[in-house]
Write a protein that binds this ligand. Structure first.
Ligand code: PRP
Ligand code: URA
Length: 209
């Protein structure tokens, strides 16, 4: 089964509370999503391998450990995942960015695939999928399947809010993928929106409603 990491650090909880508020406008929403993604990157990168390098301090030669950021690909699910990219890049600036375009069909609620552009060496990179919302899990499962078809082996999923249904769906379909969320909500409503959630993440980020 997937390992589920619920990142309930007080700073993250505070910022998640602010993005849930319907009175938070797009500018603040965008800034907060980026900040939460940056705070989550701290934990998501905890198991990153380090390489030993030699540097000169003003006093002596020192063997130090550094992250090999060239081994990372951040993969937002369009559109809303875009809001999390810069926060992650702040901590892993050498990462490459791939894009997967999916939207949820309003009637079937199944993901519709419309775009995919990944780093050419994706199979050698740790792929970190970012998307604020994990509702039914259909979009996340499809993004993971696309990455696996491109031979990505090491995949993590990072979402801000997860519904129990979506977490279960990903964990069953892709038990090798660790899932990181900032909050686990109560349920999905009849339109498969997360309750209490934050509404439509893409619309709130980009002001399209
Ligand atoms: C939202 C969200 C996820 C998906 C989650 O995207 O950003 O990608 O829904 O729902 P699921 O877990 O039931 O698949 P949406 O389909 O609204 O597309 P958008 O970001 O382009 O608005
Ligand atoms: N997509 C969203 O943006 N919000 C939800 O609550 C569910 C899917």
């Amino acid at each position: 089964m997937s390992k589920i990491h619920v990142m309930d650090h007080p700073l993250i909880q505070h910022k998640v509370a602010l993005i849930r508020d319907k009175n938070t406008g797009s500018k603040d929403f965008r800034e907060l999503v980026e900040e939460i993604a940056m705070l989550m990157a701290y934990e998501v990168t905890r198991d990153f391998p380090l390489k030993e390098v030699e540097i000169e301090t003003p006093v002596a030669t020192a063997k130090v450990k550094m992250i090999d950021g060239k081994n990372v690909a951040i993969v937002p699910i369009l559109r809303a995942g875009l809001g999390m990219v810069n926060g992650m890049l702040n901590l892993v600036p050498a990462a490459k960015v791939g894009h997967i375009g999916l939207y949820r069909d309003p009637d079937s609620l199944k993901p519709v695939d419309y775009y995919c552009k990944l780093p050419v060496d994706i199979e050698e990179r740790e792929a970190i999928i970012v998307d604020p919302m994990l509702a039914t899990g259909g979009s996340a499962n499809e993004a993971i399947a696309i990455l696996k078809r491109h031979h990505a082996k090491n995949i993590k999923l990072v979402c801000l809010i997860g519904a129990p249904e979506g977490i279960k769906a990903v964990s069953e379909a892709h038990p090798d993928v660790d899932v990181f969320v900032a909050a686990v909500d109560e349920k999905l409503n009849e339109h498969c929106y997360i309750v209490p959630g934050l509404g439509d993440a893409g619309d709130r980020l980009f002001g399209t409603k």
